[in-house]
Design a protein around this ligand. Structure first.
Ligand code: AMP
Length: 516
């Protein structure tokens, strides 16, 4: 028998087995907050959403985009859209109107859901339907389904696209990563297994839900009836407070989130206050290689378990996992942290190797179907039956993958990708700029930060502040250079290509790796 793997399976089980349990504690103090929803209510509202989309004439296969920080409505949309045959397009709410307008147009979105805080700036974007998530305009969309009401039946196909996740990469505009039901289902199952998600867990959404669907953990925890605490904005002390209040046992985040938590915990300790979660919390980290000192501090200062994973939006994302094995139990914390700073070993069903240039290649059922309407880019990424990650590294003697470099022209700041080409394009629009190279340089808070090296047309053409301001007016702020250096010329190859590795070298000297 072959039963299609569809993402709705996770919600059906959560609701059938754990109907009366709290499913989602929504962010309390925001307009349109749904308060606490049980698993039965979560299922009913997801079904209600599908019924409302039916009533609006939004057909199966059509795209529904959401621009919102973490919210219960986002969790409902994972299922209310994808589980009934439509395609969810989760969009980074920090992008500006031009960038979001591009994604909405490129994905052919017919319904756009917008958090009230973004409503003004997205005024000019008008797909067929635009609904503000203010609790009034969206009241029908997020209402529970009437008893027994069933949306139009979807003849489920596990190879259909469940979500399109736009990600910045090697092209000036983001590409739409098509993740199928099968990709998401298997990623969630394997991720949940390797991190031992059980029905005794309590999960906290410290990872943006738009980022690779919160890495797939929302599906995994829903299937196990795990209560989920929504966090709209990262604040270390608030995270600790909610861990205490809700008995949270599991959270995911980029290294910058870990840094915020460690700082808040240090403040608590100096004020003589307890830090919650010792021996009970596990924190899953990815997005950048965390410094081993940070890993050690999670263990020694918080008493939490640290788990690293590595992957990309294109791989749903789980490729490798590094979770301390019992063989390391007796080691000093610093040594264990050093071993845990590696990206990890292949998850079940994932094959990893590196090619002769050191690029990491992967094969797995989590690897995406292709980029939405970009067949050439898809073919390039999947050439030879392996997915080309654009990351550089090696597999060590214990079969652990170590990521040490990036082949692709991408900067990762605070866990989010920035395309250097996009920022260079923007700088070239300034009349004073003759040449521009954008690189990532180490930064204590964000891991990496964006730096621009420019050659000006005339010596007094523009100041650093003017060029930064020029970018801030045109790009999402997290993508903008935080420093600009004026050069007489930029290192290039004989064929005129920028030698980024040479330009980056001085900033990364003595670090043993070229990424953070
Ligand atoms: P995204 O598609 O936005 O999730 O970004 C994926 C990229 O993040 C990868 O290609 C890597 O460059 C980086 N990345 C993710 N996890 C790790 C990790 N554990 N160590 C090093 N780099 C990572």
């Amino acid at each position: 028998m072959k039963v299609p793997l569809t993402i709705g399976d996770y919600l059906s089980r959560g609701a059938e087995v754990y109907g009366h349990r709290p499913a989602v504690f929504d962010e309390p103090a925001v307009g349109g907050s749904l308060g606490t929803l049980s698993y039965a209510e979560l299922e009913s509202r997801a079904r209600g959403m599908a019924l409302a989309l039916d009533a609006m004439g939004v057909g199966q296969g059509e795209r529904v985009a959401i621009v919102s920080p973490n919210a219960a409505k986002f969790v409902i949309s994972y299922f209310g859209v994808s589980a009934y045959g439509r395609v969810l397009v989760p969009v980074n709410y920090r992008l500006n109107a031009d960038e979001i307008g591009y994604i909405v147009a490129h994905s052919g979105t017919s319904v756009l859901l917008v958090d009230p805080e973004s409503a003004d700036s997205l005024r000019g974007i008008s797909p067929k339907y635009k609904i503000i998530l203010d609790g009034i305009a969206d009241a029908e969309l997020f209402a529970p389904a009437p008893d027994g009401a069933q949306p139009t039946e979807w003849v489920a196909d596990e190879d259909e696209t469940a979500s399109i996740n736009y990600t910045s990469g090697t092209t000036a505009r983001p590409k739409g990563v098509q993740l199928t039901h099968r990709n998401l289902w298997l990623n969630a199952a394997i991720f949940g297994w390797h991190t031992t998600v059980t029905d005794r867990d309590v999960f906290m959404h410290t990872l943006p839900m738009f980022h690779c669907n919160g890495w797939g953990m929302p599906y995994a925890v829903t299937g196990m009836g795990v209560p989920q605490v929504v966090v709209r904005k990262i604040d270390g002390e608030e995270i600790l407070r909610r861990i205490e209040a809700h008995g949270v046992t599991l959270l995911c985040g980029a290294p910058a989130v870990v840094a915020a938590i460690l700082a808040a915990a240090a403040d608590r300790r100096s004020a003589g206050r307890a830090v919650p979660g010792a021996g009970t919390v596990r924190m899953v980290v990815a997005g950048a290689p965390p410094p081993s000192k940070t890993i050690e501090r999670v263990e020694t200062e918080l008493g939490w378990e640290f788990i690293q994973i590595y992957g990309l939006t294109e791989t749903a994302p789980l490729l490798t996992i590094n979770r301390a094995v019992p063989e390391w139990d007796e080691m000093p914390a610093a040594e264990r942290a050093r071993l845990q700073s590696r990206a990890g070993v292949g998850a079940i069903g994932v094959q990893i190797r590196t090619d002769e240039e050191g690029e990491v290649l992967a094969r797995s059922n989590h690897v995406f179907a292709g980029y939405w309407e970009q067949p050439e880019e898809s073919a390039k990424a999947l050439a030879g039956g392996w997915f080309h990650t654009g990351d550089g590294g090696h597999v060590d003697a214990e079969n652990y993958l170590v990521i040490s470099d990036r082949k692709k022209d991408v900067i990762i700041s605070g866990g989010e990708n920035v395309s250097s080409i996009e920022v260079e394009d923007c700088l070239y629009q300034h009349p004073a700029v003759a040449e521009a190279a954008v690189i990532g340089v180490p930064d204590d808070k964000w891991g990496e930060t964006v730096k621009a090296l420019v050659v000006l047309r005339t010596a007094d053409g523009a100041t650093e502040a003017e060029l930064i301001e020029h970018c801030r007016a045109r790009l999402a702020h997290f993508k903008c250079p935080t420093s600009v250096e004026v050069r007489d010329s930029l290192a290039r190859t004989a064929t005129g290509k920028l030698q980024k590795f040479k330009l980056r070298e001085p900033y990364w000297a003595g670090r043993g790796r070229n990424i953070n």
